[in-house]
Design a binder for this molecule. Structure first.
Ligand code: ARG
Ligand code: GLU
Length: 724
């Protein structure tokens, strides 16, 4: 509520400015996430748009390119090196899971934040890694030689995987680094990626949640935004500055390759680049497949999660204990839920399915009777047939994923299934208890964040949706139970939640510690396990065969379709769909005009964040110290016009995985850190609309202000290279 009110307020305030400048700049937005080694071919366009450094500075394999300052952070985010001592900047939400593991009641980093005051303070983060991309090379000719386009996918795969194994081995041997070969353009190209992964990573700085997730789920995916979404880590290296497992004697990683930070700001229209690891996009799929996402998959996920979130939220509001248990899980469920709504809306407003249909008509006209790729004119009809054949099985499967496995009790029954396997494995009693102990210990984190009542109500709300929606695609045993309970889901839930071993950690442990191999009967009678097994067997026997066949057909026909699109549009330069490999996107700092005459400005400030302060709502609670800095206008060198710039939007083509990516100016200097996209443009994973698609970045000046003035960690700024 509150934030909606403020969003409107800010929109009105800034619309005038946008009318003045909007028309000048709105044509510059840029689609594309480019493989760094191919940027040479885009040099003219990059220069024309504003790039002021040689393209060879952006990427090269000789050790001096900016690629050596960008890292894959953990397994799904991006980070950037900002000092010659291995200091890494990324998002708060990218460090969140790691910091949860480091926090305790006495060291509550979420409530109080954490800023190291010297190297000794820096906290080791077990399990966290960062990966540098040293070199990428097109090896398509080596992987694909003598393979006909139309060779079946299975034959092709077995030839290719052998070649890849051999090549990777060779690359590892010659480079002494990791090498992995990945498909691009749906398997029409292969690239080798030479990388180095560091394993000793330590926490350096983490603002409290009142800054780092300010605005929370309410503002997530939204602009205007006031989230100080950053955290800082340091890479430690072993002997010879090389990757090594954690050791006290490891030293901060030394490098010449780090980003210079430009604190001089930017104006609307300025050239920007985002360098990072976008995860998944599907820009080239057919109208048939897109329509499946748009009219089946997304709507099911949205509607089921709407109900589930309502139940969770109610229980979280009623009981602080439940709130603490579910807040992080809720963020995950809501993140996708909100994004997909933006996606469906964007696809609809832009008529994207129809645009694809128009494109396909042209494609048919070009390929029909053309001997260059004799198979091309049949590809779309095969895609159409395969897609519609899979519709109902796919729909049933998405309902299972969301409405059945979305119930924690049922999903968690995989644990009982594992226990059952162990008990059936005929091992000695000691070994049995050993394994069961381990399994139940691992479940501690599940029970820590599990509330039986909340989950039971989730079951009661979601199950009717499932039965109502999937028609004949219900496992017969489940249908029988449904009838036996006379469709009374509450009665069913009551039985299940009062008898399953999963109803409490204690019950489960009790069972595990005394179980004998012959006690499998107890498990086999467990209603949660029965439920889970019925559903997974049904998936395996009825749904997976159809879905696997469909996926194989898609792999085959989408590869051909991609190839034909490229062959029949020789004048267009294609960028490959995102696959968590290193990419560069470029665009401009620019506001947007989401749905009418009023627009969104391109920038937010600290004053606006303070105006959103609401002590009653956790998401909008500004930390005391920040309020004091604001009251005294104690901004030091970060004062710009009486406030501190906080975030900005730009038209760079990004996706999930780009979180934490460096946002660069025309000289390749760091001006911000990417952390989100605007909701109206989340359909850019399928279709990039320059009017609506914007990435959201944290202004580097806000980051530095928080580190220096709020965190009192000015020593870190001394190791950075700041220019104006
Ligand atoms: N929407 C962003 C992303 O996709 C940020 C998510 C984290 N923030 C949150 N409030 N849940 O990752
Ligand atoms: N927050 C997203 C991430 O974690 C980035 C936003 C997006 O999807 O563009 O990668």
């Amino acid at each position: 509520m509150l934030s909606t009110h403020f969003n409107q307020f800010f929109r009105k305030k800034t619309s005038f400015l946008l009318i003045l400048v909007g028309s000048v700049f709105s044509a510059y937005a840029k689609e594309g996430m480019w493989l760094p080694p191919t940027l040479q071919q885009r040099e003219a366009d990059l220069k024309e748009n504003g790039l002021q450094i040689p393209v060879s500075k952006l990427y090269n394999a000789d050790g001096s390119g900016l690629n050596h300052a960008v890292v894959l952070f953990g397994k799904g985010c991006t980070g950037e090196v900002i000092s010659n001592k291995g200091l890494v900047l990324t998002n708060h939400h990218c460090g969140y899971g790691t910091v949860q593991g480091l926090s305790s009641k006495d060291k509550d980093y979420f409530a109080n934040g954490f800023f190291a005051l010297n190297n000794k303070d820096e906290v080791p983060c077990p399990g966290l890694t960062v990966t540098f991309i040293r070199k990428m090379e097109n090896v398509s000719d080596l992987v694909l030689f003598d393979i006909a386009d139309t060779l079946s996918e299975s034959k092709r795969d077995s030839i290719i995987s052998n070649r890849i194994k051999g090549l990777e081995k060779g690359y590892r041997y010659t480079t002494k680094m990791d090498a992995s070969i990945k498909p691009f353009f749906n398997g029409n190209q292969y690239w080798v990626i030479i990388s180095e992964t560091f394993q000793d990573i330590r926490l350096v700085g983490f603002p409290p949640n009142g800054i780092g997730v300010f605005g929370g789920d309410t503002d997530n995916w939204m602009w205007p935004r006031h989230t100080g979404d950053f955290s800082m880590f340091r890479i430690y290296a072993g002997k010879n500055n090389k990757p090594a497992p954690f050791a006290l004697k490891n030293k901060p990683y030394e490098t010449k390759n780090f980003f210079t930070i430009n604190t001089g700001g930017y104006k609307e229209g300025d050239f920007t680049m985002v360098y990072g690891f976008p995860g998944t996009t599907q820009e080239y799929i057919s109208s048939y497949q897109l329509n499946q996402v748009y009219s089946i998959v997304d709507p099911i996920r949205i509607s089921v999660r709407t109900k589930k979130l309502a139940v969770w939220t109610k229980h979280m509001n009623d009981d602080r204990d439940v709130f603490l248990k579910y807040t992080s899980k809720r963020a995950g469920v809501a993140n996708g839920w909100k994004k997909w709504q933006g996606e469906v809306r964007g696809l609809q407003l832009n008529n994207v399915v129809n645009k694809k249909i128009e494109f396909e008509k042209e494609f048919q006209a070009k390929t029909m009777g053309n001997s260059q790729l004799p198979w091309a004119s049949d590809v779309l009809s095969h895609l159409a047939a395969n897609t519609s054949r899979a519709d109902s099985a796919l729909k049933a499967d998405v309902y299972i994923q969301e409405a059945i496995l979305g119930v924690e009790m049922i999903a968690q029954a995989t644990l009982l299934d594992k226990i059952l396997q162990v008990m059936r494995s005929k091992i000695s009693v000691e070994k049995l208890h050993d394994s069961l102990d381990k399994l139940t210990q691992n479940s501690a984190s599940f029970f820590k964040n599990f509330d039986l009542k909340t989950d039971q109500e989730t079951f009661e709300i979601l199950l009717p949706i499932y039965f109502k929606s999937v028609g004949r695609w219900v496992p017969p045993t489940l249908q029988k139970s449904y009838q036996q309970y006379k469709k009374n889901i509450s009665a069913w839930a009551n039985d299940l939640y009062h008898t399953s071993l999963l109803r409490s950690e204690e019950k489960l442990r009790q069972f595990a510690s005394t179980a004998k191999a012959k006690d499998t009967m107890i498990l086999l009678a467990d209603p949660a396990l029965q439920f889970y097994q019925t559903v997974s067997q049904y998936r395996k026997s009825e749904l997976s065969p159809i879905i696997n066949r469909y996926n194989n057909a898609l792999a085959y026909y989408n590869r051909l379709y991609m190839k034909a699109q490229m062959v029949f549009n020789p004048q267009k330069m294609f960028y490959p769909d995102a696959n968590l490999t290193l990419r560069l996107a470029y665009g401009k700092v620019e506001g947007m005009d989401p749905d009418g005459p009023s627009g969104y400005s391109f920038q937010t400030t600290l004053d606006e964040a303070i105006a959103k302060n609401n002590p009653d709502v956790e998401e909008f609670r500004v930390p005391q110290k920040l309020k004091e800095l604001f009251a005294k206008k104690d901004y030091g060198r970060w004062n710009v016009g009486g406030t501190v710039p906080l975030a900005f939007i730009a038209s760079n083509h990004t996706s999930g995985g780009n979180s934490g990516s460096p946002v660069l100016n025309a000289k390749g200097e760091l001006i911000g850190t990417n952390f989100d996209r605007v909701w109206e443009g989340t359909m850019s994973d399928y279709y990039f609309d320059p009017k609506l698609c914007r990435n959201i970045s944290l202004d580097i000046r806000y980051t530095l202000f928080i580190i220096e003035k709020f965190g009192g960690a000015g020593w870190l700024l001394k190791e950075m290279k700041l220019v104006k």
